[in-house]
Design a protein around this ligand. Structure first.
Ligand code: NAD
Length: 354
């Protein structure tokens, strides 16, 4: 099993190190070999090679079975030309591997109920929402331009989607909903955006093939409010790139911390990208304060979706749960009466628990 490992910038190095520790424990327990290949992406790639996405990185990732990624970016690279920024590396690798569907589960561990900003009665017995975000289209990838005009400049980003782009992500979402609560909510802005109207028409048409799924429609402004008011109403949400980016960060806070949530990016090809949903957190980088659980849970998703190692994935998730049960907490999820630990100790505890 070949894994391309991208630590990236900021806390990326630290959290990926802990996920590798956990994979090492899995490798020993199940007597399997993970063939790891470390490659550069983002700010560190700019520093060492002059660009955010070296060709070697693309080649190694394409020749792997999966990519485990930390995070990229940071203030050091904030003021360089936009076509050279670290984020270009991230968008580039997603595009190169054709991973058009980003699966972002927002699961509330019962042990962390008190870390959520919502009242216990709103959370009930926990939350389990899956956000399926389109990842390689929309405004982030559309034509961007700036021109000089009297009085300053004018800038635009183009938001466009085609029927095939919507079709493939919608089918993924219907299939995922079929394996869960059989409810799918399409989030869009069809009252004002033409691209959203095409999403609605396309998804409505596809729904005829998935008669057991209850399809609902919701405008994005309402969805952002409903996620706070009554998050339990959602099972699977499917939406375009920008809306998905924003809503999944919002959903993550319902579960306590950005540091808890993994993601999987998959397409029709064989290589999936597994990464936490958070960024490189420059404010806490190098201080042993980052929560490695999102990355460790991303490694569990990798075992499940890319390697069919469901039992090992369960082991990782159970290990996380056990360590939380024992009261260990990184600073982002720390509460009175719990045991504060750093990034490395949290990784050690989870690996020992496997
Ligand atoms: P961020 O997700 O890095 O951080 C937001 C807040 O959450 C910070 O206070 C941070 O300390 C905290 N946080 C994030 N991850 C945490 C963890 N594992 N444990 C504990 N606390 C955690 O978002 P930002 O501050 O908006 O962006 C910082 C940099 O990361 C920017 O350069 C941005 O472009 C980049 N970024 C990268 C990705 C990615 O690589 N996928 C995603 C988002 C942002």
């Amino acid at each position: 099993m070949k894994i391309a490992v991208i630590r990236g910038d900021g806390i990326g190095k630290e959290i990926v190190g802990e996920a590798l520790k956990v994979l090492n424990a899995v490798s020993k327990k199940y007597k399997v070999n993970f063939n790891l290949n470390e490659v550069l992406l983002g700010g560190i790639a700019i520093d060492k090679t002059g660009g955010p996405i070296p060709q070697e990185t693309i080649d190694v990732c394409k020749a792997s079975d999966a990519v485990l990624l930390g995070a990229v970016g940071g203030p050091k690279w904030d003021n360089i030309p936009s076509n050279l920024r670290p984020e270009i590396g991230l968008l580039g690798i997603r595009k190169a591997l054709g991973v058009f569907a980003n699966l972002r589960p927002a699961i509330l561990f019962p042990q962390l109920k008190e870390a959520s900003n919502l009242k216990p009665e709103v959370l009930g017995n926990g939350l389990d929402i899956m956000i399926v975000r389109e990842l390689i289209g929309g405004a982030y990838f559309g034509e961007k331009k700036r021109i000089d005009i009297p009085g300053g400049q004018k800038a635009w980003d183009t938001l466009s989607y085609s029927t095939p782009e919507i079709d493939r992500i919608a089918r993924k979402a219907f299939e995922i909903a079929g394996k869960r609560g059989k409810k799918l909510t399409l989030v869009d802005k069809a009252n004002v955006l033409e691209s959203s109207r095409l999403w609605r028409e396309t998804v409505t048409e596809i729904a005829k093939e998935y008669k057991d799924i209850d399809l609902q429609y919701m405008y994005v402004d309402n969805a952002s409010m409903q996620l706070i008011r009554d998050p339990k109403q959602f099972d699977v949400i499917v939406t375009e790139n920008t809306f998905g980016d924003i809503l999944s960060d919002e959903a993550s806070m319902l579960t306590g911390s950005l540091g808890m949530l993994p993601s999987a990016s998959v397409g029709d090809g064989k290589v999936g990208i597994y990464e936490p949903i958070h960024g490189s957190a420059p404010d806490i980088a190098g201080q042993d304060k980052a929560n490695p659980i999102a990355t460790i849970m991303s490694a569990a998703m990798m075992l499940r979706y890319s390697f069919n190692m469901n039992e090992a994935a369960d082991d990782i998730e159970n290990a996380v749960s056990k360590v939380l049960d024992k009261g260990y907490r990184t600073p982002d999820i720390m509460r009175e009466g719990k045991q504060l630990v750093g990034t490395v100790k949290m990784g050690d505890l989870i690996a020992e628990s496997i």
